[in-house]
Design a protein around this ligand. Structure first.
Ligand SMILES: *Cc1c(COP(=O)(O)O)cnc(C)c1O
Length: 425
């Protein structure tokens, strides 16, 4: 049976290359594959390009490294921001207003002020935010609302059920909010949703598009507001497990197009532009966490202790998520051992793999933990005095560039003033 490169979990580097890199940049680190990121971005934009006015806004939270975002900008993506530092990244990379979506929740006033200053498209998470925004920064010409379908749709274990999710407005509130915004100064409108995360079921996205197109018709019929774009959010999943299939952008795009023709065109509401704000599927499969085996211990189970931890990759500990592990140089060795692969945090959920079949591992072996290009380094934290690792970029020409240095103890203590302890009794 044909297996795609992704499913074979092939690496874009050899053990020799990594050994060479480690001489300069010690483990652990995340390394990203520029060539693959560019190829995937082109494929994504080409496939969805069949949709009316299509734009993709990269969800900065998935990987806020400005070097990667610059690559995506060159490929033609905008950005989706949800905090002040994320807006700052957009500003420093000179994204134009219309290239920035601001989809936040529980938003502080200063973020609305900044988003307005940059001319970003503001996506509101509640009816009450209309007044809040008006007082903080004024009502922009273009305004967008985020829809939460509640019990009308099923979610999944990462994002939860829509009716239990804190995001967005109910259907009734959506209608009401367009009326209110219209009575204020807004003249242009958009509509947004984000109800799923890491979903590889293609039908789910098409169903979401259908739901949004139907809502666009209802909003028009009830308020006279014609939205100019529908943002379908992010949430396209990736095959973390080798037996999973990647989603076909092509097939999803065709399904969305069909729904658009059947609902939007039929109701003569076209053109309405279609946006996405994917993060995971854009960079996720093209990042790798490289870590060295520090200790092996045999107690009730066999443990492989690495020099990385949950501070570098939280997904396994947080969601029980699967990340594929390759022992460099032992790609073809029989997987006849069973290990828990751990980090050094004093938390027993600091495990990258649990009861995983792997080749025999020795101290000093180098492990590659796959699919860390999104929601990997980005979720890092300092609990237990752990420091975040460096990020490297494997450039299209084969060279390696450090795109973020590793944190040091000095960074860890930067918010403390030890001098204050003198005379503090
Ligand atoms: C997290 C998030 C995204 C990106 O989700 P992915 O699963 O990484 O595609 C997009 N939009 C919003 C509002 C988000 O919160």
């Amino acid at each position: 049976m044909f297996k795609s490169k992704m499913q074979q979990k092939k690496l874009p580097f050899t053990k020799a290359k990594i050994l060479d890199i480690i001489k300069k940049y010690p483990t652990p680190f995340h390394i990203y594959d520029e060539k693959a990121i560019r190829q995937n971005a082109r494929n994504f934009l080409k496939s969805f390009g069949m949709l009316e006015g299509f734009r993709q806004f990269f969800a900065v939270k998935a990987n806020p490294n400005p070097y990667l975002i610059k690559i995506l900008k060159q490929e033609g993506m905008g950005v989706d921001c949800s905090s002040l530092p994320e807006l700052e990244i957009a500003e420093r990379l000179e994204f134009k207003g219309k290239d920035i979506m601001f989809s936040s929740n529980d938003t502080p006033a200063e973020e609305f002020v900044k988003a307005r200053k940059l001319g970003a498209v503001i996506n509101l998470d509640d009816t009450s935010h209309i007044d809040f925004l008006e007082k903080a920064a004024g009502i922009p010409d273009l305004i967008c609302f985020r829809y939460n379908p509640g019990p009308a749709r099923k979610g999944n274990e990462i994002i939860g059920k829509p009716e239990e999710a804190k995001y967005g407005l109910t259907r009734k509130q959506m209608i009401e909010s367009y009326k209110i915004a219209k009575n204020k100064r807004a003249r242009r409108f958009g509509m947004h949703t984000m109800i799923i995360s890491n979903e590889i079921n293609e039908g789910y996205f098409i169903e979401t598009a259908r739901m949004m197109f139907e809502l666009a018709v209802e909003v028009y019929n009830k308020t006279g507001v014609k939205v100019e774009f529908v943002n379908l959010g992010g949430g396209i999943g990736i095959p973390y497990r080798p037996e999973q299939e990647p989603m076909s952008y092509e097939r999803v795009a065709r399904g969305v197009k069909k729904a658009y023709d059947e609902i939007i065109v039929k109701n003569k509401l076209n053109p309405i532009k279609i946006f996405t704000e994917c993060g995971r599927v854009i960079t996720g499969p093209y990042g790798y966490l490289i870590t060295r085996v520090r200790h092996i211990k045999h107690i009730y189970r066999d443990y492989v202790g690495t020099d990385a931890s949950m501070a570098n990759l939280m997904r396994p500990g947080m969601y029980g998520a699967y990340h594929h592990v390759t022992v460099l140089g032992k790609e073809n060795a029989p997987k006849n051992h069973v290990y828990d692969v751990t980090g050094s945090l004093c938390e027993n959920n600091d495990k990258f793999a649990i009861q995983r079949k792997l080749p025999e591992i020795e101290r000093g072996d180098i492990l590659t933990i796959h699919d860390t290009g999104a929601h990997g380094h980005a979720m890092g934290f300092n609990y237990n005095g752990k420091l975040r690792s460096a990020e490297l970029l494997l450039r299209s020409d084969g060279s390696v560039k450090q795109i973020r240095r590793a944190e040091t103890m000095k960074d860890y203590f930067a918010t403390l003033d030890f001098r204050g302890l003198e005379g503090f009794d």
